[in-house]
Design a protein around this ligand. Sequence first.
Ligand code: HEC
Length: 118
Amino acid sequence: MNRLRINLVLILCCQWSLPLLAEESFSQATTTLAASCAACHGPQGNSLGGTPTLAALNNDYFIQRMQGFRSGAIPATVMHQHAKGLTDEEIIALAAYFAAQPRGTPLVAPQQSFKGAQ
Ligand code: HEC
């Protein structure tokens, strides 16, 4: 029983330290930009619901979508505005950042859940 509990703690610790480790290899400009996406797309791009998950998204697909939003070629509700403020270099850096983020269910207190607020 105790061993099972220790294993669970280890699994949880490892799972949640990975995003922090991954973040270290990106510039502060990129992590700051990515933090602005977290308001809607969740921590490290793991959506809390209502928006697409960006974590572990394919690099090329991410760039294609962002350029499409920026040019207006892809219909969107809010992403046109966000994409318009980004340079090609920033989109490429964000694509690499989100591609490197592991997918997981974000740990949130129930009262912080989007579903609870609706
Ligand atoms: C105000 C909320 C909001 C913010 C902030 C936001 N997004 Fe989005 N994002 C959305 C919504 C909603 C969609 C679905 C398309 C739409 O309706 O605009 C989306 C779609 C996307 C997609 C397409 C995903 C797919 O699977 O097709 C990408 C890529 C994306 N966002 C990247 C970003 C990045 C990078 C940032 C930060 C620079 C960001 N978003 C900030 C709300 C947001």
